[in-house]
Design a protein around this ligand. Structure first.
Ligand code: ADP
Ligand code: MG
Length: 442
């Protein structure tokens, strides 16, 4: 890649320099021609006014004073009348009247060969006039410029080469580091991260993006492992209970009876297992968002009131006061069975964990940012540092072990809230727990 760029860069520099050179050179050459033309116009004017004699005088005078011009005026027979050339140049005149030739210019004692460009002019009576300029200096400067350009190009290529090598080594080194990290990760070390140099360039941004992605994957893997562990742990209890119960039954004599009790207990256990699986599936479906297309406009008040009515007798049996405060006409968008289940889970918790004599409040109101649903109780509450953890699957606080439950209720509430784009907040109700779900406005 570096080499490719170098070639491209070199070619474009070359094109740019060549363009500059040719345009400047052409401009200077045109200027020379213009000067010669102007001089001829002047001389022609002189010729018209004072004839051959006048022209001869002025040519002779200019030949003496002008250092960089060349002149020659000859008779029809070729005799030199005036001028600073030794003779007519031995080159043919081009069709456009111009001629390019070399001549010997006296410099001090010796002479130098100089390049000249001149215009050949035929006067009336076959007199010949040649007016031109010494262009040796221009040619010298041109070749010196050309040389500098070649050096500049060589320098460009060398510097480009060095820069390219340094850059690509740097780049390749960092790509190598990424390769090494991914190999380590594939070998099983999920905690490895791509090194970040702190320069903040594209490679660094790529590296930190990759690291964020790896961190996310690691988090998900850990969560997944935990769920699997928890599922296994949770299902082992009922399954081994069923097994030992059946083993004990087999050891008894068939006539002994009591099979009915054993079967009933086993059905109860398998029911609990099935429930756990159903809850897990419900949570997984809600989390995957595959049901998002089932969203309908609905009256949240109806959903909340339905669940509250269902739990009213339960609360009463336990000696709890249930306050229901539902604003009329709070509309929302959602999946009704999932919302009902979430409200039921919250009410179930509030009633289950609050001691008799306490109270539970269900509230629905239209807030500033959208519908706000709340369940509060006067029970023991959840310590602030556990409020994130209880949302995970199978997490039950030690204080609640004596009560029946699977630890999946709040996980479903969380998944349902996320599916609806709602914000779930667990707070201190001092005393008790207050769970708020803030729905987005529709
Ligand atoms: N209203 C509440 N008051 C006190 N603790 C609660 C309350 N709701 C939930 N918790 C705690 O959070 C844990 C997780 O709740 P949840 O997911 O519904 O599982 P479960 O109710 O089956 O135990 C509970 O085991 C309990 O420790
Ligand atoms: Mg629960």
């Amino acid at each position: 890649m570096a080499l490719g760029y170098l070639v491209l860069f070199g070619l474009s520099s070359l094109a740019l320099m060549a363009f500059l050179f040719w345009t400047t050179n052409g401009l200077i050459a045109r200027q020379t021609d213009d000067t010669i033309r102007a001089e001829i116009t002047g001389l022609a004017e002189q010729y018209r006014r004072s004839g051959t004699t006048g022209l001869r005088n002025i040519v002779a005078e200019r030949s003496r004073n002008q250092r960089s011009s060349v002149y020659l005026l000859t008779t029809p027979t070729g005799r030199i009348l005036a001028g600073n050339l030794d003779g007519w140049p031995p080159v043919p005149t081009q069709a456009d009247g111009w001629m390019d030739f070399t001549f010997e210019r006296p410099v001090g004692q010796s002479t130098e060969t100089h390049q000249a460009r001149a215009r050949h002019f035929r006067l009336a009576g076959d007199f010949q006039l040649l007016v031109g300029r010494d262009v040796q200096e221009r040619i010298d400067i041109g070749s010196r410029v050309r040389q500098s350009l070649i050096w500049a190009l060589a320098l460009t290529v060398v510097l480009g080469l060095i820069g390219g090598v340094v850059m690509s080594r740097n780049m390749l080194g960092r790509i190598d580091a990424i390769n090494k990290t991914s190999q380590d990760i594939m070998a099983g070390d999920l905690s490895r991260r791509v090194p970040v140099t702190g320069s903040g360039d594209e490679m660094d941004r790529l590296a930190s993006q990759l690291n964020d992605m790896l961190a996310q994957i690691e988090r998900l893997m850990t969560a997944m492992r935990q769920v699997t562990d928890n599922v296994a742990h949770d299902l082992r209890g009922p399954l081994s209970r069923m097994r030992s119960r059946m083993e004990v039954a087999l050891m008894k004599k068939p006539e002994a009876g009591g099979y009915r009790d054993i079967l009933e207990a086993s059905i109860e256990d398998s029911e609990r297992l099935l429930n756990t699986f159903n809850e897990l599936l419900k949570i997984a479906r809600a989390e995957s968002g595959s049901e998002a297309s089932d969203m309908k406009d609905l009256d949240l008040g109806t959903v909340a009131r339905g669940a509250a009515e269902l739990y009213e007798p339960v609360a009463e049996d336990k000696g709890l006061t249930l306050h229901v405060d539902i604003e009329a006409g709070v509309a929302g968008r959602g999946i009704e069975p999932l919302l009902s289940q979430a409200v039921a889970n919250l009410l179930d918790n509030a009633i289950k964990y609050t001691e008799p004599g306490g109270h539970v409040t269900v509230r629905l109101a239209q807030g500033e940012t959208g519908p706000v649903f709340m369940v509060a109780d006067s029970g023991p509450g959840i310590p602030a540092d556990q409020r994130d953890r209880v949302l995970e699957r199978f997490v039950r606080l030690d204080a609640s072990r004596s009560k029946a439950g699977s630890g999946l209720g709040l996980s479903l509430v969380n998944a349902v809230a996320q599916l609806h784009g709602a914000q779930l907040v667990l707070e201190d109700n001092s005393p008790g727990l207050r769970v708020t779900i803030r729905f987005p406005s529709t």
